[in-house]
Design a protein. Structure first.
Length: 272
């Protein structure tokens, strides 16, 4: 029996009875356990779940891709529904992510009370459950050509404000009936770098699907074209499902050169 992946929350809705918001959340049914990957920003997850036939009380495992508000905003509400379940995240998930705009630095991170959570740390390749792993890409392994943190996203340091390098960025690698699939949060480590790390860790450049935010929506057309070149020449992917922070122009560039591309949206599901 294949695993089932559904998009619970995305920037766009694929059905009139579902809500969209700037955020992301995936629901993964492995056949043994139910995994929630991110919680979205606000109320969309609570509205969409019952309409998609998903009972959040049956969540067995929660994974946070990184500590941004649009991926962790409903953490508390989800845990009220699901109870004291394991929460997997990078050790830096609660760092003080900020956005610098018009001279003001706004907090855009997540609020986590570590003492109240069954918080389990992800670094490198970490097995979450059978056939599901979380992976991070260390800074020293990120090719700078494909890792361009926006200067307006910052962190406080002893030396003052520095560009946020998103050490807390993690992705999921899932082995289903169709082979390996990669599920992204925002791909802050760089989509090419993440897939290179997955290829190295799992010994293959063949993936059934790559789903999630690729964080190239605000990049130049030339940069997007370069990224698409690298993705299509380095990896063999049967299904591309970009969504969230990927952006329509970037998804269109990918689609124009590789027909197995569907733009993801709230309500979409996939057997993997």
């Amino acid at each position: 029996m294949p695993m089932q992946l559904a998009i619970l929350v995305d920037n766009y809705a694929g059905r009139q009875d579902l809500k969209a918001e700037h955020g992301l959340s995936f629901w993964l049914e492995t056949g043994k356990e139910n995994i929630l990957f991110d919680t979205g920003q606000a109320g969309a997850i609570m509205y969409n779940a019952p309409r998609m036939g998903i009972d959040l009380k049956k969540t067995d495992i929660l994974v946070l891709s990184h500590g941004h508000y649009d991926h962790t905003g409903m953490l508390g509400q989800v845990l009220i529904e699901a109870g004291n379940i394991p929460v997997w995240a990078h050790p830096q998930v609660d760092c003080s992510h900020r956005r610098h705009k018009n001279g003001t630095r706004y907090f855009i991170g997540c609020h986590i009370n570590r003492e109240s959570l069954d918080l389990r740390e992800v670094e490198g390749k970490t097995e979450i459950t059978d056939n599901v792993w979380a992976i991070s890409v260390p800074l020293e392994k990120r090719d700078p050509k494909f890792f361009t943190p926006p200067p307006h996203l910052q962190l406080p340091s002893k030396e003052g404000w520095i560009t946020d390098t998103f050490e807390d960025d993690i992705s999921l690698v899932v082995e289903g009936e169709e082979g390996l699939s990669v599920i992204l949060g925002c791909a802050h480590a760089g989509i090419v770098n993440i897939l290179e790390e997955a290829a190295s860790l799992f010994g293959t450049r063949d993936f059934y699907s790559v789903t999630g935010g690729m964080h190239i929506g605000e990049k130049s057309r030339d940069y997007v074209s370069t990224i698409v070149d690298e993705l299509l020449t380095r990896f063999n992917v049967k299904k591309w499902i970009p969504c969230h922070c990927t952006g329509f122009p970037a998804a269109a560039e990918l689609y124009s050169r590789e027909q197995n591309v569907v733009f993801g949206r709230t309500g979409m599901s996939l057997s993997i």
